[in-house]
Ligand binder design. Structure first.
Ligand code: DQA
Length: 138
């Protein structure tokens, strides 16, 4: 069974209550339980942190044994060379996802520091962006 990690960065613990007009009203825990049912062929795990170093530690921890990582790095997407370096340093492919269409928002969200070291990028489909990324790893 393929082992996959969904890795969420800062403020994504507030999904469901945070800016619902942008990010929706479903909590990630609710959505994650539907994903586990939709993808019985995967061993799915989920980790969220608001701390950049904890995200990097998690990438190092799973990045030589897991089959794929679906990562929403939140605002660190736009700033973190350290996360980009961590993705470059591991073996497991990483797919960058965003709930919102970052290109239709403020200019500072148009630049991703991690996109170039990810296998691909999916943005703008709401929580479905995660499902599309998992399909890409099937
Ligand atoms: C986000 C987009 C980022 O610009 C923002 O900082 C987030 C969420 C998204 O999923 O749409 O925290 O990654």
């Amino acid at each position: 069974m393929k082992k996959l990690l969904i890795l969420n960065g800062p403020n994504l613990n507030l999904l469901g209550v945070r800016e619902p007009e942008v990010y929706g009203t479903t909590t990630f825990e609710q959505y994650f339980s539907t994903l586990k049912i939709a993808f019985p062929e995967f061993e799915l795990t989920y980790f969220q942190s608001n701390v950049e170093g904890e995200l990097i530690n998690k990438l190092h921890e799973v990045g030589f044994t897991y089959d794929g990582i679906v990562m929403n790095a939140g605002a660190y997407t736009h700033t973190s060379i350290a996360i980009a370096d961590a993705i470059s340093g591991i073996k497991t492919p990483v797919i960058e996802v965003h709930i919102s269409n970052v290109h239709a928002r403020e200019e500072f969200r148009h630049k991703s520091q991690i996109a170039a070291v990810c296998t691909g990028v999916i943005a703008g489909f709401g929580l479905k962006s995660y499902e599309l990324a998992l399909r890409a790893l099937l």
